[in-house]
Ligand binder design. Structure first.
Ligand SMILES: Cc1cc2nc3c(=O)[nH]c(=O)nc-3n(C[C@H](O)[C@H](O)[C@H](O)COP(=O)(O)OP(=O)(O)OC[C@H]3O[C@@H](n4cnc5c(N)ncnc54)[C@H](O)[C@@H]3O)c2cc1C
Ligand code: SF4
Length: 330
């Protein structure tokens, strides 16, 4: 396979959101939306995806920036991960999101990558990324889910033909914070809960999110519900330099006099969507924030896991991360 030059495409560079939406309305099925390009350019350079038209969203100022609103904050989808990680406002209110953004890849990648791109990125399965005709690519097999398949990075929950995982570090934090994803098309706006934004292969094996070709993610709204709560984010990766999560965890806890009033916990890297662990909330609510509650939370979190050949290690890894996400949230 030739991997040196990108195939040609028509490049659109709208500077207004309205123009971008009109173009998507007219030619949505042909257009590849590109924000920072960190996921997109890999696909093009590998010649695995060959879009006819690329729309560079980078010139649309309306999609950038972090604003305080009456009931929370709004982050433009084109805001970079570096800005999210260093924002004083986000750090003060929703530290878990800043921490998660700050753990993505490397400083260079965070400077160029956007929050919208991070939650909209495609699966990172080796087979799929190298252009093999697996289920997700429209074929009729899964190369990873075979006895000798390279599947140590893959899912331990919710497989449905495809066992690729949600690779995003910010996604679990957004689920925990009950973020709202603001989606626009020429036909109007819809707002989707972060938990429902991500979709698994049982819903549509060709997409990782609810986004349709004519739609753009324009902003992410974080309500004040969890502002100032106790938070925890941790990611385990193979390397300390840039690398995707094997498993990550985000948590938010409201604690009064040592008792957990409310909690939300989510893990990435274990299923095709960030896995919201309602069961953990049920287990720890009303109890103390201590070793015993945390231990129980960890053991409960992995219930129902179905590992494949090489990813059994994700079960104890997830249990330990959830345990720490309860015990060590500050
Ligand atoms: C070497 C490397 C290491 C990485 N490590 C990590 C890691 O540790 N953790 C992690 O979470 N990620 C990691 N990534 C993934 C990378 O951080 C994300 O892919 C990045 O955040 C994507 O942002 P972007 O703006 O560059 O997206 P782009 O590449 O521009 O877009 C990504 C996808 O999202 C779609 N998209 C982008 N913006 C919008 C929008 N506003 N509306 C609708 N669709 C949109 C695009 O069509 C495309 O399909 C890594 C990537 C690389 C190359
Ligand atoms: S895990 Fe999914 S993306 Fe990977 S080979 Fe199987 S079907 Fe394709």
């Amino acid at each position: 396979m030739i991997r040196d030059m990108m195939p040609n495409f028509e490049l659109l560079k709208p500077t207004k959101l309205a123009d971008a939406l009109t173009l998507l309305d007219r030619r949505g099925a042909d257009i590849w939306k590109m924000a920072g390009g960190n996921d997109s350019l890999d696909w093009f350079k590998d010649r695995v995806k060959r879009p006819k038209v690329v729309m560079d969203l980078g010139g649309i100022a309306e999609l950038k920036g972090i604003r305080e609103t009456a009931d929370g904050i709004e982050i433009g989808a084109l805001t970079t991960l570096a800005e999210v990680a260093s924002s004083k406002l986000i750090r003060a209110k929703f530290k878990v999101l800043a921490d998660a953004a700050g753990r993505v890849a490397s400083p260079q990648i965070r400077n160029a990558s956007t929050l919208g791109g991070n939650v909209s990125q495609d699966a990172r399965c080796w087979y799929y990324r190298s252009g093999l005709p697996c289920y997700r690519a429209g074929g009729n097999t899964c190369f990873a889910d075979t006895p000798a398949g390279m599947n140590r990075e893959h899912a331990i929950f919710d497989a449905a033909r495809c066992i690729a995982v949600s690779p995003s570090d910010t996604a679990p934090a957004l689920v925990v914070l009950e973020a709202k994803m603001v989606i626009r098309s020429a036909k109007g706006e819809r707002v989707v809960d972060a938990e429902k934004f991500f979709i698994g292969p049982a819903v549509d094996i060709t997409r990782m999110t609810v986004l349709q070709p004519q739609e753009l993610l324009v902003a992410l709204r974080i309500p004040n519900t969890w502002a100032g709560a106790r938070f925890y984010f941790e990611k385990v990766a193979d390397r300390q330099t840039w690398d995707f999560p094997l498993v990550n965890v985000a948590s938010a806890l409201k604690v009064t006099n040592g008792v957990i009033d409310a909690a939300r916990v989510a893990c990435g890297g274990v299923s095709c969507t960030p896995r919201y662990l309602k069961v953990v909330e049920d287990v720890v609510k009303g109890g103390p924030q201590d070793e015993e509650s945390a231990d129980l939370a960890g053991k409960t979190a992995s219930h129902g896991a179905r590992p494949v050949t090489y990813n059994q290690y994700k079960i104890p890894m997830m249990e330990n991360l959830v345990k720490r996400a309860i015990r060590d949230a500050v």
